[in-house]
Design a protein around this ligand. Structure first.
Ligand SMILES: Cc1cc2nc3c(=O)[nH]c(=O)nc-3n(C[C@H](O)[C@H](O)[C@H](O)COP(=O)(O)O)c2cc1C
Length: 217
């Protein structure tokens, strides 16, 4: 079964049931662009035969990184380098999907002393993370726009799909240990999941690009 094709609910068919999960690389250059090291790494993985290689988290906003060395895709400048990685993966027979991400409170002090997160609840992990500023509604709209913009750039770079990583910031809202933002009861507590419009929106009828959430649907 593992070698059989799989058609995702979005209509996209992948060659088998193997997907290399997102693993942050920390290999970007000083401009936050992908490098020859990414090409080498991903072309090696492509030879392993997985239908999909998911990138490590590609950040939608260079002010808020998950670590130094993250690839950031905010504008055209990052496209050629990412295109070269996609090409290396395609030559190896896999697809390359981008995990696009905002770190929420999991943004280390070295990247930003004041992360932007769903709430002010700080991530208490060896003093590595500053106290976040709680995102305003305007911030949320900005983040949603950035996810959509980065998704469009991913497509332009020739990658095959995107996965929205709202889980780094999302748990600050969703987990019972971190009091989240007050929300109208009818609304999903994680607005990023429901409000992001196409081309990144949650399961539009026939998107111009293949999409999946972390469960692959
Ligand atoms: C080195 C490393 C880096 C990771 N980076 C990411 C990442 O960028 N984004 C993400 O969503 N998960 C990341 N993860 C989590 C993995 O994608 C995966 O969900 C996790 O390792 C559990 O899968 P497993 O049980 O097969 O190991 C990372 C895991 C490891 C070990």
């Amino acid at each position: 079964m593992i070698e059989q094709t799989l058609t995702l609910p979005c209509g996209h068919t992948v060659a088998n049931r193997l997907c290399k999960s997102a693993m942050t690389e920390g290999l970007a250059d000083a401009h936050d662009h992908a490098t020859a090291a990414h090409q080498r790494l991903y072309s090696t993985w492509a030879r392993g035969g997985a239908a999909i290689l998911m990138t490590g988290n590609i950040m939608i906003d260079r002010r808020y990184l998950e670590r130094s060395g993250n690839v950031v895709l905010e504008d055209d400048a990052g496209l050629p380098a990412l295109r070269a990685v996609a090409q290396a993966v395609h030559e190896g027979g896999s697809q390359l999907w981008a995990q696009i991400s905002h770190p929420g409170r999991q943004c280390p002090r070295l990247a930003n002393l004041t992360p932007l997160a769903p709430s002010e609840v700080q991530l208490n992990m060896v003093g590595n993370f500053g106290k976040p500023r709680a995102a305003s509604e305007a911030d949320i709209q900005d983040i949603i726009g950035r996810f959509a913009h980065t998704a469009a750039l991913v497509k332009e770079a020739g990658l095959d799909g995107v996965q929205g990583d709202v889980c780094v910031g999302g748990p600050a809202v969703l987990a019972p240990v971190t009091p989240g933002r007050p929300r109208p009861p009818s609304r999903c507590p994680c607005p990023f999941v429901v409000d992001v419009p196409p081309p990144f929106g949650a399961r539009p009828p026939r998107p111009p690009m293949k999409m999946a959430n972390r469960r692959g649907v």
